[in-house]
Design a binder for this molecule. Structure first.
Ligand SMILES: NC(=O)C1=CN([C@@H]2O[C@H](COP(=O)(O)OP(=O)(O)OC[C@H]3O[C@@H](n4cnc5c(N)ncnc54)[C@H](O)[C@@H]3O)[C@@H](O)[C@H]2O)C=CC1
Ligand SMILES: O=C(O)C1=N[C@H](C(=O)O)C[C@H](O)C1
Length: 233
C-alpha cells in the first residue's frame, strides 16, 4: 500500500523502516501541514505534534484517505474528528499506544482494577517515564490506563498530574534521557504493594502496531480502536 507519513520524526522514521520491510511504499513524508497531495496515498499515518494532529487528520478524512493517528496530547478535539469522520464516511483509528504489549497491558489493567475495586485498603497510582523530548504530560498511554481504572473501580472518578487527592488517580510523569516509554501501575496498602509494569525497549512495537492498523483499515469505514484491530479483550 501507498503510505503518507504525516510527521517524519522518531516515529515516522521507525514506521518507514518496518513499512518498507513489509513491502509498502512511502509516497509522502512530511513535517509540515502543506505542500503535498494526500490523495496520492492509500492510507495516512499521523505521528506529528499535538498542535498539528487535528489539521492533519481532518485533511485526510476530507480527501477520503483512511487515517491512523498515534499523536498524543490533542484529544480535546477528538469528538470534532469523530463528527468529520462520520460526515465524510471516512475511516479513522486513534490509539494512545499501538504496541501489542501495551494493548495487552490495557486489558490486564482493567482486570486488576475490577479486583482491586473490592479492596479499599489499596491506593492506586500511575508512573510514566519518557525521554526528555516528549512534549506532552502525562503520556497518552497513562491517560488510557487511568481511564481504564476509572471504568472499573468505583473509588476513582478522575486523574491528576503529579498531585494526590481523594477520588483521583495520581499520574507521576518523569522525563529521563532517551527512555522510549515505561508505565507502572501501583496499588499500595500499609502492608504491601502490587505493581504492573510495561517497558518499551525501543519504538519498533509502536511502529509495527501502527502499520498493522493501517493495513487493517484499508477496506473499512468508521471509527475504530486497537481492540478492533487486534481482536483482544
Ligand atoms: N500512539 C503510539 O503508539 C505512540 C505515540 N507517540 C506520539 O507520537 C507523536 C510523535 O512522536 P515522535 O515521533 O517521538 O516525535 P518527534 O518530535 O520525533 O516527531 C514529530 C515530528 O512531527 C513534525 N511536525 C511538526 N509539525 C507538523 C505538521 N504540521 N505536520 C506533520 N508533521 C509535523 C516535527 O517536525 C517532527 O519531525 C507524539 O505525540 C508522541 O507522543 C509516540 C510513540 C508511540
Ligand atoms: O512520546 C512518546 O515517545 C510516546 N508517546 C505515547 C504516549 O504518550 O503514551 C506512547 C509511548 O509511550 C511513547
Amino acid at each position: 500500500m501507498k503510505i503518507a507519513l504525516l510527521g517524519y520524526g522518531k516515529m515516522g522514521k521507525a514506521i518507514e523502516e518496518i513499512a518498507l520491510l513489509r513491502g509498502h511504499q512511502i509516497v509522502i513524508k512530511t513535517s509540515d501541514e502543506d505542500g503535498y497531495d494526500i490523495t496520492q496515498a492509500d492510507v495516512a499515518i499521523d505521528f506529528s505534534v499535538p498542535k498539528a494532529a487535528f489539521f492533519n487528520i481532518a485533511k485526510c478524512l476530507k480527501h477520503g484517505v483512511p487515517v491512523i493517528s498515534g499523536t498524543t496530547g490533542w484529544l480535546d478535539n477528538y469528538e470534532n474528528i469523530v463528527s468529520i469522520c462520520k460526515e465524510e464516511n471516512g475511516a479513522f483509528i486513534y490509539a494512545s499506544n499501538f504496541s501489542l504489549g501495551v494493548n495487552i497491558f490495557f486489558e490486564l489493567n482493567k482486570n486488576l482494577a475490577k479486583i482491586m475495586s473490592q479492596l479499599k485498603q489499596y491506593n492506586v497510582s500511575i508512573e510514566e517515564i519518557h525521554h526528555t523530548q516528549k512534549l506532552d504530560a502525562p503520556s497518552g498511554t497513562a491517560i488510557t490506563l487511568a481511564e481504564g481504572i476509572i471504568s472499573e473501580h468505583s473509588e476513582y472518578s478522575k486523574w491528576l498530574l503529579n498531585e494526590s487527592k481523594e477520588k483521583a488517580i495520581p499520574i507521576n510523569a518523569k522525563r529521563i534521557d532517551s527512555v522510549p516509554g515505561t508505565h507502572i501501575i501501583d496499588y499500595s496498602s500499609i502492608t504491601d504493594s502490587i505493581q504492573l509494569t510495561h517497558t518499551a525497549h525501543n519504538r519498533q512495537g509502536f511502529a509495527l502496531g501502527a502499520i498493522i492498523a493501517a493495513e487493517w483499515i484499508l477496506d473499512k469505514k468508521g471509527i475504530f480502536t486497537m481492540k478492533d484491530v487486534l481482536n483482544i479483550g
